[in-house]
Design a protein around this ligand. Structure first.
Ligand SMILES: Nc1ncnc2c1ncn2[C@@H]1O[C@H](COP(=O)(O)OP(=O)(O)O)[C@@H](O)[C@H]1O
Ligand SMILES: [Mg+2]
Length: 306
């Protein structure tokens, strides 16, 4: 089945009908000739990347990025730019590399044996694979929430305070204020404010997931990685998470993996469609869902395969 789509894809030439000035470069690049691309490659020193991020309000740039588990290549030459304070939805069939890609941004893959990567990822102009980079700092800056909520076996309060405490914060008032602020920010404060010392396990699945988001927010990250954060939740809890994402993008840049097309369409400003480790199409969400450049994207978002 997949092969068939690959074939039909080759015959389609990309066409674009949207205002080019509103699209990040990585998206616009797709239509450019090779010579333009070659020129750009020469240009892509760290200095230039940094300048570009500052002038064009880019939070993240991914350049010629490849990722391998042993001999298996899981990500193939990914190029992508993420604008500050936007939500990027990452979609694609199971096993296409969405979680692997997400885990690159806070170097969570580093804990897996026998992995290897090539290419660059910059966040705020900082090359995140730089030998001198402090990975703990990176993870503070790039928070992550997983599909299955994973509160610690501690109280609600202690879950949110945890990151601050391991970072050496001792001031009790500061910790309490941050816990409150984070729980409010994660839209769960009203539901838990009278039982902060109760176990986090007493919360519902949806509440636990918002608690995990609060825990991620407490260390004041700038980027949030959400890997199918609502896939185990009921529709009401899901819509709460979606509302929350909408609020959070005022303060954070968010990458969210979802297998739910409606969710991607609802919450994300840009959508990245992956297949077999390749980024097939990356564009404004509206375009991806109404007028994608590639037939395979259309087939995927309309549910013809997956
Ligand atoms: N820890 C791992 N070791 C080896 N291969 C892995 C590991 N994690 C994922 N993979 C493989 O990498 C590919 C991409 O997986 P993943 O990123 O989990 O995809 P997705 O999140 O899109 O379902 C799959 O072929 C998967 O089997
Ligand atoms: Mg996954």
């Amino acid at each position: 089945m997949t092969k068939l789509y690959m074939e039909s894809l080759k015959e389609k030439s990309p066409k674009s009908t949207i205002d080019q000035s509103t699209i990040p470069d990585a998206i616009q690049d797709r239509g450019k000739s090779m010579s333009d691309k070659d020129k750009q490659k020469k240009d892509s020193s760290a200095e230039n990347t940094k300048r570009k991020e500052l002038t064009e309000n880019l939070k993240i740039t991914v350049r010629n990025f490849n990722f391998y588990y042993g001999p298996m290549q899981a990500l193939k030459n990914i190029n992508m730019e993420v604008v500050t304070n936007t939500v990027v939805g990452i979609i694609g069939p199971s096993g296409c590399g969405k979680s692997t890609f997400l885990r690159c941004f806070n170097r969570m893959n580093d804990t897996i044996a026998d992995i290897r990567y090539e290419g660059d990822i910059h966040i705020d102009g900082q090359h995140i694979f730089d030998k001198n980079l402090d990975v703990v700092d990176l993870r503070r800056k790039v928070g992550m929430v997983f599909q299955k909520s994973n509160p610690f076996p501690k109280s609600i309060f202690e879950n949110v305070a945890y990151g601050m405490k391991i970072n050496g914060v001792k001031d009790k008032n500061k910790i309490a204020a941050t816990v409150e602020r984070s729980l409010k920010h994660a839209a769960i404060w009203d539901e838990v404010k009278d039982r902060l010392n109760k176990s986090a396990f007493a919360l519902s699945g949806g509440q636990q997931q918002r608690l995990c988001i609060a825990r991620a927010l407490a260390v004041e990250p700038q980027v949030l990685l959400l890997d199918e954060p609502a896939s185990a939740l009921d529709p009401i809890a899901t819509s709460k998470i979606e509302e929350l994402i909408h609020e959070l993008k005022k303060d954070y840049t968010i990458l969210i993996v979802t297998h739910n097309m409606q969710q991607a369409a609802r919450v994300s400003d840009y959508t990245a469609f992956f297949m077999l480790g390749e980024l097939y199409e990356y564009d404004q969400t509206n375009k991806i869902f109404t007028n994608p450049s590639r037939k395979i994207t259309e087939d995927y978002v309309t549910g013809r395969f997956g």
